[in-house]
Design a protein around this ligand. Structure first.
Ligand code: PLP
Length: 396
């Protein structure tokens, strides 16, 4: 018996453990400190009432013989896939319901999709990066190359025509940098993917936060249907982090080496996945109803107002940042070219505020810090007030 030795190549993930350890140590030494956590990546507002009602109603149906449901279909109930297709139409993108695969969240499929690709493909990710793309491909033994996201390109990594990749992960709006690709930038990635016969794995988990004309979907770009798969999630859109529901879109025309990718994915899912529960799918359907959209948008507006408070503070202090506008994340450059862990310590000690050091997401995150807008409004305002108040001391 042998263990998959690729696991030996995983770099231990210290980031959140180290943040928690440092914060706990400080709290233990300073029991009166009122620490505000601006590093959280989880939502904090409850589900919309219409979602809760739909889930309860579905639970009641499951309790009656006439309406009880057993195994759901592998790809999701038609009512939900139709609702998702309608949601895409609402922002001008055509995706048919039989191109939608319902899942238990974007993280699973961002990793699982690798099952249908050979281990000798080269994978391109941006640096800094959502770690799931890297670790799942290390587990599969694939070679990984990095495209730098930096101040120079506005933290939107762009393709290098001299470098070949087979699989390209893009995340827009981005975690951790909050930056969103423009239509022109995405068009460059689509043309690079087509030239390289590559497949783009597009993570749109934060699309609902977009406020400007940045594309909400890769399929808003011409040619993307021939080279892209999209992952989306209700986690941040509708507070489903604890409910678990997302969806993957694979266009019918997407083929490689004589294989239809959607059919391969269906084969994979029907072998390893038994679907998402009926009450969860009914809850997800409610999100896409007009009233569901109105109610879930209220929560997004709440986080957006927090992001505006963070952005205003950074503007007042003359600090450069990306994100906030189209994203719950605000990614700032640490003052005086400071290293992000040093800045983390100073923020914690002087302002009792916790943020996430950028270098935990990759080399290019050195010297940056990620603030999230998922804390409460009053907490966010207080955290920013403290940062402003002690700024001269912070940057001494
Ligand atoms: N993709 C990105 C970029 C994320 O930041 C996250 C969660 O933080 C996910 C996917 C995971 O989403 P889900 O909760 O749907 O698994």
């Amino acid at each position: 018996m042998k263990i998959n030795s690729n696991f030996d190549n995983l770099v231990p993930s210290y980031l959140f453990a180290k943040v928690a350890e440092k914060t706990e140590k400080y709290a233990a030494a300073n029991p009166d400190a009122d620490i505000i956590r601006m590093g959280i990546g989880d939502v904090t507002l409850p589900l919309a009432p219409i979602v809760v009602e739909a889930m309860k109603k579905a639970a009641d149906e499951m309790g009656k013989k006439e309406t009880f449901k057993g195994y759901p279909s592998y790809e999701g109930y038609e009512f939900l896939r139709n609702a998702i297709s309608g949601y895409y139409s609402s922002f001008g993108v055509q995706v048919s319901s039989d191109e939608v695969f319902v899942n238990d969240g974007a993280k699973s499929d961002c990793g699982n999709i690798g099952d249908i690709f050979s281990a000798d493909n080269t994978v391109l990710v941006a640096d800094p990066v959502y770690p799931v793309y890297v670790d799942t491909n290390i587990m599969a033994g694939r070679k990984i190359i990095y495209a730098p996201s930096s101040k120079e390109n506005g933290f939107c990594a762009m393709p290098d025509r001299n470098v070949h990749a087979d699989i390209i992960y893009l995340c827009s709006p981005n975690n951790p940098t909050g930056a969103a690709y423009s239509k022109e930038q995405l068009a460059q990635w689509v043309s690079y993917a087509l030239e390289n016969d590559a497949v783009i794995l597009y993570d749109a988990a934060y699309e609902a936060f977009i406020t400007d004309d940045s594309p909400r979907s890769i399929f808003a770009i011409e040619g993307a249907r021939e080279c892209a798969i999209e992952f989306c999630s209700l986690s941040k859109t509708a507070g489903f982090t604890g409910v678990r529901c997302g969806y993957t879109v694979i266009p019918k025309e997407l083929e490689r080496n004589g294989h239809n990718i959607g059919k391969l994915w269906y084969r994979r899912q029907s072998t390893k996945f038994n679907g998402v529960s009926y009450p969860v799918q009914r809850a997800a359907e409610a999100v896409f109803s007009p009233e569901g959209q109105r109610q879930t948008r209220e929560n997004i507006e709440y986080y957006r107002r927090n992001a505006a408070v963070i952005m205003q503070t950074m503007d007042d202090l003359g600090i450069k940042y990306t994100g906030g506008k189209n994203s719950p994340y605000v990614w700032i450059s640490c003052p005086n070219e400071m290293n992000s862990w040093d800045f983390f310590d100073i923020l914690l000690e002087k302002a009792n505020v916790v943020a996430t050091p950028g270098e935990g997401f990759g080399e290019c995150g050195k010297g940056c810090m990620r603030f999230t807008s998922f804390a409460g409004y009053e907490e966010t305002k207080e955290a920013m007030r403290r940062i402003k108040e002690c700024w001269s001391e912070l940057t001494k």
